[in-house]
Design a protein around this ligand. Structure first.
Ligand SMILES: Nc1ncnc2c1ncn2[C@@H]1O[C@H](COP(=O)(O)OP(=O)(O)O)[C@@H](O)[C@H]1O
Ligand SMILES: [Mg+2]
Length: 362
């Protein structure tokens, strides 16, 4: 028996949707793409039934952004998804690659320790020493593989990569070639090759992109969810997906509980209560949508295993406090003020107020 994968790739998980969209696609398909740009956008936004298969929404937000992102991939410029943490940059990048070329796995994770080999190529040292430099001793990077096969390479957290390593990308993106001086050859990109990079707004200045590199990218900024309803929908959908794949016991999630988590996050993030009446101090954390998803998922696990099987304020309070209070001194003050000035006064929030006080006193 095959063990169930904890996290299948998008092209595995949504194989049925992708196949239906391909089958129904009548529009022109760019070279090496598996479907038309229009079908890729429909895959991302979902909300329709194609060939009897329901296309689920992956990205919830402005359609225009997805159109620009997909159109960019069909040009000779690379795509840079920029935004604060938790705005679905990685998520959109994976789904784009899955829909465009059916392969989201050609991935380079950018860190301060990313070396040139991760962007160009490395060597199998045993073979290199035994046989000298040869095609067989060469270890291609995901980017080199994508160039060869006309696929999409994904580069996560581009601005964390040291500048000199970033520079190695310039030839790749402008000349579409990767020279291999040791073999006196080069790898030339084939049609369909492109790069999707992601970068964090908050990291600005860590290893800022050189203007030479920036010019090779078309930037799409992914915004925070525009409205409370949008964000509630994102959290509700993702929590259902995640608890399904984790096979958490069914917990009736009261929509009110999710709405409360999202409301607390949005109010503290913006420094203003939803009715616009009270100014609030802002905590140091980002309080992203992604964190709201984790708080609710954790709440469901708590409720299923230690609670009464219904998502209650007591199940989410600890998670909310944990997300808000990153720095016990300053954030602690922010949270206490919010609790006393807003939560305590609000209709229907008495249970949540009590549960939050309990967390502080425990
Ligand atoms: N607008 C959105 N539409 C759909 N999912 C979203 C949206 N914003 C955030 N998410 C969810 O938030 C989670 C984290 O997103 P991620 O791509 O890791 O963020 P980032 O890379 O921007 O830090 C994902 O599970 C994603 O589904
Ligand atoms: Mg990310």
């Amino acid at each position: 028996m095959n063990p169930t994968l904890l996290r299948p790739h998008a092209e595995q998980l949504f194989a049925g949707e992708l196949a239906a969209l391909r089958a129904a696609d009548t529009l022109p398909v760019p070279p090496s793409w598996s479907m038309s740009p229009n079908a890729v956008v429909r895959y991302l936004l979902g909300g329709e039934t194609v060939e009897g298969v329901e296309i689920t929404p992956k990205y919830i937000g402005p359609r225009r952004l997805m159109e620009v992102a997909v159109a960019t991939l069909a040009t000779d410029r690379a795509l840079l998804l920029l935004g604060v943490p938790g705005t679905a940059k990685t998520w959109v990048s994976e789904h784009l690659a899955a829909a465009v070329t059916g392969d989201s796995t050609l991935l380079v994770q950018g860190t301060a320790g990313t070396v040139e080999e991760a962007v160009r190529y490395g060597w199998n040292y045993a073979r290199l020493i035994a046989e000298g430099p040869s095609e067989q001793a060469l270890v291609p990077s995901p980017i080199m593989t994508a160039m060869r096969d006309g696929k999409i390479a994904r580069l996560e957290e581009l601005t964390r990569i040291p500048s000199e390593v970033q520079d190695a990308l310039i030839t790749v993106l402008s000349e579409k070639t990767l020279p291999i001086p040791e073999l006196g050859t080069e790898v030339q990109a084939t049609q369909g090759f492109n790069v999707i990079a992601t970068a964090n707004d908050r990291d600005r200045g860590v290893n800022d992109l050189s203007s030479a590199l920036r010019r090779r990218f078309n930037t799409v900024v992914l915004p925070l969810p525009a409205s409370l309803d949008d964000e509630v929908e994102i959290v509700t959908r993702r929590v259902a997906d995640i608890s399904g794949s984790l096979q958490l016991p069914e917990v009736p999630t009261s929509a009110d509980e999710i709405r409360r988590v999202v409301t607390v996050f949005r109010e503290l993030r913006s420094g203003l209560t939803a009715d616009g009446r009270n100014k609030l101090k802002q905590p140091s954390g980002t309080l992203s949508t992604a964190e709201a998803i984790s708080v609710v998922t954790q709440g469901i696990a708590m409720s299923a295993h230690f609670g009464d099987g219904v998502l209650r304020p007591a199940d989410t309070a600890a998670g909310i406090v944990g997300a808000v209070v990153k720095d016990p001194v300053n954030d602690g003050v922010v949270w206490l003020e919010y609790l006393e000035a807003v939560v305590r006064e609000r209709d229907g929030w008495a249970d949540f107020y009590r549960a939050s006080r309990d967390v502080l006193n425990s």
